[in-house]
Design a protein around this ligand. Structure first.
Ligand code: CP
Length: 309
């Protein structure tokens, strides 16, 4: 790996190697080993042009545990506000001898664009670009599924809600199909599904109760209002009535089904509090897993481990 920009084109073997590497880092912290020197002397810049809680914090913690120096750019107070272009910002940071950029941007393709323009020794990790991809989130979700289900083969996974605007869903769908699950089911109103849904390797269902039947994993998504035209915003109460995950609805899934959500959650909009905080929820475990999965991806890109994908 040189950069980590999307899941597309990555092999099942490479995804499994990332999960195995993350597992070794997780095992390390269980034994109270908090830091390894793998990225000592390396400088990582977190460049978040969009808001973030989980992704930014876990990238920062992961970098610290790999002994890297980390700089969090505050975009709101940076010279971006004075009209400096994205590339000028990047080239100025490069002049400070940076080794890796972790980039979140509202424009799809921003991380790819940066990767094409940085010096050859620099790695770029996509921390979410527009509606396109959020590949490290998808990998921590795959890690969580493997942690609870021990396998991918034979699993039925439902992804529920605003698929249309979700970069998380796009990356999850590619990862789940690459890792060989039995079925990826998307449950959403037609208005919140992409036009190309038929070619995405999913089964589309528009009825929530029918869609949850017999699934092993339920992944809930929030309405991405920041990417919607305000004239077409769905009513939150109507959305919850039709597609909200309640305890009663969850009973349609397998008894040992796990409930996931990439966060931030909107209680009472896509998920009831009793489910988000309930016994089948692994939402906070997903957050914890983000640290070891991001450690794996950062160390593998820096070392070139896993080939040149
Ligand atoms: N899942 C996720 O990307 O959360 P943040 O926006 O808080 O980083």
């Amino acid at each position: 790996l040189k950069h980590f920009l999307s899941i597309e084109g990555l092999s099942r073997e490479l995804l499994t190697e990332i999960l195995d590497t993350a597992e070794s880092f997780a095992g390390m912290s269980e034994h109270q080993v908090k830091k390894v020197p793998l990225l000592r002397g390396k400088t990582i810049v977190n460049l978040f042009f969009e808001n973030s809680t989980r992704t930014r914090a876990t990238f920062e913690l992961a970098a610290a545990r790999l002994s890297a120096d980390v700089m969090n750019m505050n975009i709101a107070t940076s010279s971006t506000a004075k009209g400096e272009s994205l590339l000028d910002t990047i080239h100025n940071l490069e002049a400070m001898h940076v080794d890796m950029f972790v980039v979140r941007h509202a424009l799809s393709g921003a991380a790819h664009f940066i990767a094409q323009h940085v010096a050859p020794h620099i790695s770029v990790i996509n921390a979410g670009d527009g509606q396109h991809a959020h590949p490290t989130q998808a990998m921590l979700d795959m890690y969580t599924i493997r942690q609870y289900k021990q396998r991918f083969e034979g699993l039925k996974v439902a992804i529920v809600g605003d698929i249309l605007h979700s970069r998380v869903a796009r990356s999850q769908i590619v990862a789940l199909n690459t890792l060989g699950v039995a079925e990826v089911r998307v449950i959403a109103p037609k208005t919140l599904l992409p036009a190309q849904v038929a070619s995405m390797g999913v089964v589309a269902v528009h009825d929530m109760d029918e869609g949850l039947d017999d699934v092993d994993v339920v992944i809930m998504l929030r309405l991405q209002k920041e990417r919607m035209n305000s004239a077409f915003l769905p009513s939150e109460s109507e959305f919850f009535r039709c597609f909200g995950l309640t305890e009663a609805r969850l009973q349609r899934a397998k008894p040992d089904a796990v409930v996931m959500h990439p966060g931030p959650i909107n209680r009472g909009v896509e998920i009831a509090s009793s489910v988000a905080d309930g016994p089948q929820s692994v939402i906070l475990q997903q957050v914890s897993n983000g640290i070891s999965v991001r450690m794996a991806i950062m160390s593998m890109t820096m070392s070139g481990q896993g080939g040149t994908a």
